[in-house]
Write a protein that binds this ligand. Sequence first.
Ligand code: AMP
Length: 366
Amino acid sequence: MTGEPQPLAPGSTIGILGGGQLGRMLALAAARLGFKCHIYAPAGDTPAFDVAHSHSCAGYDDERALAAFAAAVDVVTYEFENVPLETAARLARHAPLYPPAKALKVSQDRVAEKSFLGDIGLKTADWLHDDDIEAVVAQAAGEFDGKGRRGIVKTCRLGYDGKGQVRVTDVAGLREAWQALAGSALILEWEVPFRCEVSVIAARSRTGEVRCFDIAENRHENGILRSSTVPARIRPQTAAAAHGIAERLLANLDYCGVVGVELFVVDSDAGEQLVVNEFAPRVHNSGHWTEAACTVSQFEQHIRAIAGWPLGNPARHSDAVMENLLGSEIDAVPELAGQDRTMVHVYGKREARDGRKMGHFTRLTR
Ligand code: AMP
């Protein structure tokens, strides 16, 4: 591609890789701005297909389907970070791809992500990585025994919602975890003694303007997000620092679109410190509250950014709590729908398996 693409006119088509709830909510937001969406996803439960102008149901390695998709869209984006890099590169030759492929490359691998964050001066959990378990044991042993630190062994790739993670407190546990997760590249992260977890949802336009939503405080259970609350119970200067972290990350990735950055808040003698857990180069579950509590949601903000439109004002008009509805909790929707100041969102998935994100609701609390 040469030159800066023009802003997309209403009626243009946005291509979205991935057919889940995030793609669905992006397509709904895009439709409100007058865009058509074309969703590309392999066969499966694809709730985004239900609300989009068109879709391709094909694998991410299907060259013919990808070529037809690229020819049918004016810009390409994605709703998940595990888009194969080759797929992204192939599409980027035919249409602008936002966020850029580098964001995918870095976020797909915990070692690449932590190295990148460290290189740009952002603090992460301490970590060890080596293909040889003995090398990891040699470095970790003194930390367990001498300092009583606890660790988490994680797969470097394809982990989400706490999957592919084992907590360890000693060398024997470390060896067991390594064995249990064998077959994948692994990383040992030292547990961060956080008081709470927060996230920042931020957007960067094609021209480098950055707007950040307010910081949300997140509660997880078994590695899955249960709720996000705004405002987060952190000091104003900590919130400003979180925004600064997002800005630095976005600038260093030459990013366009919305990002979700997960942070640990650690109390120390020097005040509240922020440690980056990870980032997702896409709209994020902990930003769903923006639908109900802001004029422009994270979904609309992403569409605006990749379309070359002005970013919306991310100011919040209410305090809010967003709760995920997992598995059969979706059955509460008829009751929730009758409650005041409550916005429900049902993803339209076919099967309500245990722990599966089926919908959410946001309650405006003030
Ligand atoms: P992740 O999939 O890596 O975001 O991990 C899911 C959840 O596990 C996080 O939201 C935290 O609650 C917890 N967690 C992950 N890594 C760490 C860490 N290094 N220290 C403390 N808690 C962690």
